[in-house]
Design a protein around this ligand. Structure first.
Ligand code: HEC
Length: 165
């Protein structure tokens, strides 16, 4: 009888151990799977972010010259967000440390937009565009020369301010 109790006790201990071993194995497996997912997750490259910036830079111009100030403010916000995304995604890239040079240009356009001043919008947009190119030069990409757009990138968006009539 004594033996039976001892055996019973031992088997509880063994079951307990097995359980924690299998829990551990389960979590290890989960961690491995999550690591694999992170490795395979899509991360836009520096150039992909720039392509997106190019698009919002284009839209910002047509929003501004059409005096669609709400859209212009929205596009500036998009640009700010993408520059922030680059800083978060590539904190250690050499090029990232040049990002602050774009802030004065963005702020100048932002001010013109909030004051709804077309003339200042146009001149500050040029300042912003010059800053894009100053950074391209600083990062040895002087062959990427950004200009004031002559046509919208997309034809399926109306840049005029919203009106109910
Ligand atoms: C931090 C410095 C920096 C600033 C500021 C910057 N760029 Fe760039 N840009 C780069 C770098 C670096 C590349 C090359 C990216 C790569 O390695 O693929 C690039 C590439 C580009 C490209 C080429 C992408 C392509 O596929 O053709 C475009 C377009 C571009 N930038 C637009 C802009 C515009 C518009 C602005 C301003 C609103 C701007 N950039 C501001 C650093 C900058």
């Amino acid at each position: 009888m004594k033996h039976i109790f001892v055996l019973f006790g031992l088997s509880i201990v063994t079951v307990g151990c097995n359980q924690s071993n299998s829990n551990e194995a389960y979590f290890e497996n989960q961690i491995k799977e999550l690591e694999k997912k992170i490795e395979n997750a899509y991360t836009p490259g520096f150039g992909d972010f720039m392509g997106s910036i190019q698009n919002h830079h284009n839209k910002l111009w047509f929003a501004g010259i059409n005096e669609n100030w709400e859209l212009a403010a929205f596009e500036i916000h998009e640009l700010e967000e993408i520059f922030e995304d680059i800083e978060n995604t590539y904190p250690n890239r050499e090029e990232t440390k040049f990002i602050p040079m774009i802030h004065p240009g963005l702020e100048a356009v932002e001010k013109a937009v909030s004051e709804q001043n077309s003339d200042i919008f146009k001149s500050s947009y040029q300042t912003l565009t010059n800053a894009c190119n100053t950074c391209h030069k600083a990062t040895k990409h002087e062959f990427i020369n950004i200009t004031i757009p002559t046509a919208p990138s997309y034809t399926n968006q109306d840049y005029k301010p919203f009106s109910n009539d």
